[in-house]
Write a protein that binds this ligand. Structure first.
Ligand SMILES: [Ca+2]
Ligand SMILES: [Ca+2]
Ligand SMILES: [Ca+2]
Length: 198
């Protein structure tokens, strides 16, 4: 508080004004700080309870109503039959895709959940005969063909894959004509597992 700040005001008055101002500011700052502290505490509590809820999985509905949860994916089993392309479109309309089966666990879960009804999955060789591709463009790594499949049976053009159940089959894969109508299985990522592969 040199003469530059105090200008023409006498030094004592200037000091009083300045220190009063400083005290006011300090008080405001203290109030703000405690308000920020309080907000911070509340935020910590909120984050804590969100984390707890996440851990106990109660924070969000993992799958929409009517979808079954298995290892980070939600599955819907249709109740009507369509050809493969119709089934593919139906899944897309509910923001999902025809089931992509990546493991034996997923195969068993799905084949046990269809009520033994033949069901389309998202595998076809309709683009290039003999090159099997999932609907997301990924190539075939895991497979569960029945013995002798895929076979383009009776030299028919069998380009789409179903889980089959008649005549002693138990959900093994069969290439079938894409024009036949079957039930189908849609898959999408669970809401609580957005980071996991679908
Ligand atoms: Ca899958
Ligand atoms: Ca074929
Ligand atoms: Ca076949």
């Amino acid at each position: 508080m040199g003469s530059g700040v105090c200008g023409g005001i006498c030094r004592e008055t200037c000091c009083r004004i300045l220190s009063a101002g400083y005290l006011d500011l300090a008080e405001v700052k203290q109030k703000d700080l405690s308000r920020i502290d309080k907000s911070l505490e509340e935020l910590k509590e909120t984050v804590g309870s969100i984390c707890q809820a996440c851990a106990s999985r109660s924070i969000c509905q993992e799958c929409p109503l009517g979808w079954l949860l298995f290892r980070g994916s939600c599955y819907k089993f249709s109740t009507t039959a369509k050809d493969w392309e119709g089934a593919r479109i139906s899944c897309a309309e509910s923001n999902s895709h025809l089931a992509i089966i990546n493991s034996l666990e997923e195969q068993y879960f799905l084949s046990n959940s269809t009520n033994s009804k033949d069901s389309w999955i998202g595998l076809s060789d309709k683009d290039t005969e003999g090159v099997w591709q999932w609907v997301d463009g990924s190539p075939l790594s895991f497979s569960f063909w029945n013995t002798g499949e895929p076979n383009n049976y009776m030299e028919r053009d069998e380009d789409c894959v179903q889980l089959r159940y008649d005549k002693g089959w138990n959900g093994e894969w069969n290439d079938s004509s894409c024009k036949f109508t079957f039930l189908w299985i849609c898959e999408k990522r669970s809401l609580c597992n957005l980071g996991l592969a679908g």
